[in-house]
Design a protein around this ligand. Structure first.
Ligand SMILES: [Ca+2]
Length: 436
């Protein structure tokens, strides 16, 4: 307290006046000076005490507001990683069998791709050094220093971690919005459904949007605690993972168990005769979308280089390509199938994989040169220029075709020789399942 007095501006402003008094004083002067000093010190003392008290109060309160904001940001960031927010948090609990729900009020139950049980935010009483009346906790895998999860498969080892304490126990009345896109409109689900207090959520029937409410106490030094309430609306952004069977050079179809939008982008290719004549015109492709549903299977022409094809498909549709070379002056007529000729005439690449190295025919550009365009799904080039790895969203696959020569079965794929160069046609498939 003394050190803070010494640095206080008023103290600094007053003290030079006293140091200038260096001559003798008359009795009257001393009496008057004494009275004045008492008044000045008395008045400024009251002022100081009150200013210090309110400054320390507002300092604590600001810190506390920052803490509450930060914890809500933390929760919102994790919700964005989710594929689904369980509308009724309790209904998600069977998917988190390792979670002990005793004396806990689940508020957010998150399905996050790659994490094998639900991650749960809940409200419970204070424990140990944490201050009540209530505390917000998180149950889920811990984080590595790069922000990734450290252990997504051993939920028995996950901790019940306090996120923020001093959470209000005052009753709140959630005013959850209506989803008017449905008929009849459905009200978002409040979690908890009754007796909401300082931490609750309203979740949309689709499980894609949550409004999260947070009410913490601001501890004041002398007065009763004051409440600070915050609210944020967050979207679960992650698309459900696809059952893409592929990558690492093998593919036997691309499937989603939902109705989906399939986009096929033709990134081009290089196919020439030995005299240098371009014969890409002799290439035509068919996109085969096969489904067991009543609408059956369909096929459509591969788009021209630089073009896209967009199709809506039923759940569990498989995707395959059939590419024909016909009537060129120098290349045998052939048909290459993305299913039958995998690892021979066709390879597939997924996110994070390396581009195989083949010597190109004549002076053609290599596979990488067809992957410099920006991937609209990731806003990065298809081939990351720094890491030299493929940059795709989880719902995308690249197909590379060798059309000019047949695979030489006497050698492994990586030892095939020019003109075998695997960039006669380069195609990207993007499968976007409908939201539930
Ligand atoms: Ca080629």
């Amino acid at each position: 307290m003394l050190s803070s007095l010494k640095t206080f501006p008023l103290f600094k402003a007053v003290s030079p006046l006293f140091s200038q008094v260096n001559n003798g004083f008359t009795l009257t002067e001393l009496l008057v000076a004494g009275a004045l000093t008492t008044t000045v010190v008395g008045v400024s003392g009251v002022g100081l005490a009150s200013m210090l008290s309110s400054s320390s109060d507002s300092g604590t309160q600001n810190e506390r507001r920052i803490e509450l904001n930060r914890s809500l940001d933390f929760i919102a960031t994790e919700v964005r990683q989710a594929e689904r927010i369980e509308p009724d948090a309790n209904q998600g609990l069977p998917d988190a069998p390792a979670f002990d729900a005793t004396d806990k009020v689940p508020v957010l139950t998150l399905k996050i791709p790659g994490v094998n049980q639900r991650i749960i935010y809940y409200l419970a009483g204070a424990e140990g050094m944490w201050r009540g009346p209530q505390v917000i906790y998180r149950w889920g895998p811990n984080f590595n220093s790069d922000g990734s999860y450290d252990d997504t498969i051993s939920p028995n080892a996950w901790q019940y971690e306090p996120l923020i304490d001093l959470i209000s126990e005052e009753t709140s009345t959630p005013d959850c919005p209506m989803d008017t896109t449905t008929s009849p409109p459905i009200r978002w689900t409040a979690n908890p459904s009754t007796n909401a207090t300082g931490f609750y959520s309203c979740v949309s029937p689709t499980g894609k949007v949550a409004s999260i409410f947070h009410k913490g106490q601001l501890k004041k030094v002398l007065d009763n605690p004051e409440a600070y309430a915050l609210e944020t609306k967050v979207f679960a952004r992650t698309q459900p993972p696809l059952n893409i069977i592929g990558g690492g050079g093998t593919v036997s179809g691309v499937l989603s168990n939902r109705r989906s939008r399939v986009t096929i982008s033709n990134l081009g290719g290089a196919l020439q005769c030995s005299n240098g004549n371009d014969v890409n015109d002799g290439v035509s492709g068919t996109v085969l979308l096969s489904s067991n549903s009543a609408s059956g299977s369909s096929s459509m022409s591969l788009p021209d280089p630089g073009g896209d094809l967009v199709e809506t498909v039923e759940p569990n549709t498989t995707l395959a390509f059939s590419v024909q070379v016909r009537n060129t002056t120098c290349i045998r007529d052939t048909t290459v199938s993305s299913e039958a000729d995998q690892q021979r005439q066709v390879i597939t690449l997924r996110d994070g994989e390396s581009v195989p190295a083949f010597e190109t025919y004549l002076e053609q550009n290599g596979i990488a040169s067809f992957l410099t365009a920006e991937n609209p799904r990731t806003r990065q080039p298809y081939l990351d220029p720094d890491t030299r790895k493929i940059s795709l969203a989880a719902n995308q696959l690249i197909f590379l075709f060798e059309l000019g020569v047949d695979f030489d079965s006497s050698k492994p794929l990586e030892d095939q020789e020019s003109p075998f160069d695997m960039q006669d046609l380069v195609v990207v498939a993007t499968i976007t399942p409908d939201e539930e």
